[in-house]
Structure formats: structure tokens, C-alpha cells
Design a binder for this molecule. Structure first.
Ligand code: HH2
Length: 280
């Protein structure tokens, strides 16, 4: 499988590591660490040196209860970092649900739009479909970041996520975006309890029937804290274990904070002969 993006055709026969770069003061795990543009650009360079496959840059926290960021503020945070990142030789993704941020990022040559709202916000689908080749990640979320963890409820969480992603992929395809540009994400922690998240991991293979590559983001999330009893800055081992479990069940792209640790784990995984995602 490949993921067609603006400048790169990404080979997904080997699991890809997407490194998180939050240019925010309030992200749940790394808030404030890369809040200036130069610190965030340096963090991008560090992730590239650690072996990252894709850089994912975001300017608004979507942790439960986060305050929305005005458009001008989000643009001011991400544009200088994106400008630096597109010179670093790896695909660059913009993590936003706002059409104007997507458009400005694509104008800079960014490769992928990563949207937790699956292009449902006004004009987002139009911006992506007007672009000739950018990649897009469509994520499932129940509710909105401000209130999504209040009382997430599903009949069958896997079936509902499957139905939503199927519908969104169809809408995006109908708007003219080719299949090979579209990647899907079950949205770990977005309007889901630990039980919901773990059901999505245990039954992740069912989502492969959607016919698109899967991206998953378990890194440092609350479910891992509930399982291990550890605070957010001590969840590296749990995050790597979740990432490998996701690869075992067919994930193609891992969205992570701890790039070096994940790259090491995948090297051992591949050497052990377990890494052939294409064969699963
Ligand atoms: N998770 C977060 C943000 N964006 N995008 C995708 N496709 N999948 C995810 O699971 C996902 C995402 C939340 O993590 P983080 O960016 O570390 O935190 P914050 O939203 O607080 O900045």
C-alpha cells in the first residue's frame, strides 16, 4: 500500500512513524515545551535525526476540555514551523480542523492534512479536494474536544467507528480525492472510554476492511495511564507496547511523541520477521 501525498508517495509496507510536534502551550503531554517557533523547528530536526518518517505539526490542543484557539493565533503558531519543516526532507502533516489553516499550510507545500474532524468543518473538504495530490487523514471523534469525555456511549464502538469512517471516506472520494490519498484513524481517546479504546485495538483488524491504511495515536494517552498507573511523562514503555500491538493488528502509521523509542522497537520487530504489514 502507498499513501499519496503532495511531494511523497509513502511506502506503507513498513510501519511509518509520525512524530508529534505541538506548538501549543497546553497540549496534554508536551504543552509548552516547543511553544516558540524556533524551539518547535529544533524539535522537528531532532525527530528527523531520530528517524521519524512524517512530521505532524499542530497549533491547537484537542485534549479533553481544551480551549479553542482563534484562527490568527493558530496560524501564527504553525506557519513558521511548517515553513522550516518542509525543508527537512520528510513528509510534513498539518494537524488542524480549520479550512483556513489547511489552505495556508498547503500553500507552503505541506504534504498531508491530518483532521480530527474528518473534513466536516466548513470548507475543509473543498480545500483538500481542490488540491491535486495532498494526503489526508480522516479521524473518528464522538462529540467535540470540550465535552467528548463527559459520557461517551456506543452500542458497538467498532461498528460505529467503521460506519463513520466508511461514510467520510466515501464523501471525500465523491468530492474528487483519490483513494490512495486517504488514510483513516479510529481516534483513540476522542469521545471514548478506556474500554472503547481497548476494543478498537483488540478488533482493529476489522477496520482494515475499510480498504484504506490505518493511522493510530496511542502515544501517552489516558488509557495507558489507567492501565499502568503512570503519569503522562512516564508512559513511553506503555506507548511503545500499544504501538506494537497496533502494528500487529495491521496499523500502517503510528502517531507518537517518543520517536527514538518507537523507531528502536520497530527495528527489532522487523528484524524478528514480524513487521511485514503488507502480508497481514
Ligand atoms: N491525537 C491527538 C491529536 N491529533 N490526530 C490523529 N490523526 N490521531 C490522534 O490520535 C490524534 C491526533 C491528541 O494528542 P496530542 O497532539 O499529543 O495532544 P493535544 O491535542 O493536547 O495537543
Amino acid at each position: 500500500m502507498i499513501w499519496q501525498t503532495t511531494r511523497f508517495r509513502i511506502d506503507l509496507s513498513r510501519p511509518q512513524v509520525m512524530g508529534i510536534v505541538n506548538t501549543t502551550p497546553d497540549s496534554f503531554s508536551d504543552g509548552g515545551s516547543h511553544a516558540s517557533a524556533s524551539a518547535a523547528a529544533r524539535h522537528c530536526e531532532r525527530l528527523v535525526a531520530e528517524g521519524v518518517d512524517i512530521l505532524d505539526i499542530g497549533g491547537e490542543s484537542t485534549r479533553p476540555g481544551a480551549t479553542p484557539v482563534p484562527l490568527a493565533e493558530e496560524l501564527a503558531r504553525v506557519l513558521p514551523v511548517l515553513k522550516a519543516a518542509v525543508t527537512m526532507g520528510v513528509p510534513v502533516s498539518i494537524d488542524t480542523y480549520k479550512a483556513d489553516v489547511m489552505a495556508a499550510a498547503l500553500d507552503l507545500g505541506v504534504d498531508i492534512v491530518n483532521d480530527i474532524a474528518a473534513l466536516q468543518q466548513p470548507r475543509a473538504l473543498a480545500v483538500v479536494s481542490a488540491h491535486p495530490s495532498c494526503g489526508v487523514c480522516l479521524m473518528h471523534m464522538q462529540g467535540e474536544p470540550g465535552s467528548m469525555q463527559a459520557a461517551p456511549t456506543y452500542g458497538d464502538v467498532v461498528a460505529e467507528v467503521d460506519r463513520f469512517l466508511r461514510e467520510r471516506a466515501r464523501a471525500v472520494r465523491d468530492a474528487g480525492v483519490q483513494d490512495e490519498r486517504i488514510v483513516l484513524d479510529p481516534g483513540i481517546g476522542f469521545g471514548k472510554t478506556a474500554a472503547h479504546n481497548l476494543a478498537l485495538l483488540a478488533r482493529q483488524r476489522e477496520l482494515l476492511t475499510l480498504g484504506h491504511p490505518l493511522l493510530v495515536g496511542w502515544s501517552r494517552k489516558r488509557t495507558l495511564g489507567e492501565l499502568t498507573g503512570r503519569p503522562v511523562d512516564e508512559r513511553v514503555v506503555a506507548s511503545v507496547a500499544a504501538a506494537l500491538a497496533a502494528v500487529l493488528r495491521g496499523a500502517h502509521v503510528l502517531r507518537v511523541h517518543d520517536v527514538a523509542a518507537t523507531v528502536d522497537a520497530l527495528k527489532v520487530w522487523q528484524a524478528a520477521g514480524s513487521g511485514d504489514v503488507a502480508a497481514t
